[in-house]
Write a protein of this length. Structure first.
Length: 236
């Protein structure tokens, strides 16, 4: 039996200015999130790209082809109602940031991590005021409490839409510093993804990979780059 899918029921999607931002309408009727909240976003460009996703649907609605709609729904239905919990989850990455955990060997990898990651830690100290300390090995070692407090304050200052983008940037890369570097346009998203993959790419160069792993990596990269795009549309 064919799986049921919702059908397209509208002729045209458009945007409209509303009290708290910009909404999307289908034949003049406001779009709502899965939790029945008004789909209102902080910028006109974001509303426009969401409307374009709805207009691009054919006879049946395919949510997997609507990443900006999905991210906006997440910001409204999931992040906003539990904002403090999401802030804590994201900020916690500062105490185990990928960029702080260095390989003991081989020397070439040690040098590559230092060359690529040390400048980012220096940027974090200078720009965010967060002095994260690198260490050798994978065993967790706490960062200074004052550093974690600074990072938590930076995360807490973000609205639910930017938090949604930052959550994915950080969770996919394993680095709060890289997430902030993308948000603040210090590092291009594709470069940030490459920097997050130094260890894995080193292992792949040595041992190779399989088709399934390659597909998983590609999906994660797509999601990472989408999160960066979503942020950019939120703040335009």
């Amino acid at each position: 039996m064919a799986e049921w899918a919702p059908k397209r029921f509208w002729q045209a999607a458009s945007t409209q200015a509303v009290e708290d931002g910009f909404g999307v309408t289908l034949d003049g009727r406001p779009v709502r999130t899965p939790a029945k909240q008004p789909l209102v976003v902080p910028s006109l460009p974001l509303a426009q790209i969401i409307a374009a996703e709805w207009d691009a649907q054919d006879q049946t609605i395919r949510p997997e082809t609507m990443p900006f709609t999905r991210s906006a729904n997440s910001a409204i239905d999931r992040v906003a109602p539990q904002r403090s919990e999401v802030v804590d989850i994201i900020a916690a990455y500062g105490d185990a940031d990928l960029l702080c955990y260095r390989a003991p060997q081989p020397q070439a990898l040690v040098e590559r991590q230092a060359a690529e990651w040390d400048p980012l830690l220096a940027w974090s100290a200078a720009t965010l005021g967060a002095h994260l300390l690198p260490r050798v090995g994978v065993m967790h070692a706490k960062q200074p409490p004052e550093t974690l407090a600074v990072l938590h304050d930076h995360v807490r200052g973000l609205d639910p839409f930017v938090l949604t983008a930052l959550h994915d940037l950080v969770a996919l890369s394993g680095s709060l510093v890289l997430g902030f570097a993308v948000l603040r346009a210090h590092v291009r998203p594709d470069e940030a993804w490459r920097l997050s993959r130094i260890d894995e790419d080193w292992q792949i160069a040595l041992w190779g990979t399989d088709e399934e792993a390659t597909e998983i990596i590609a999906r994660k990269k797509t999601d990472f780059l989408h999160a960066a795009q979503f942020h950019d549309f939120c703040v335009k």
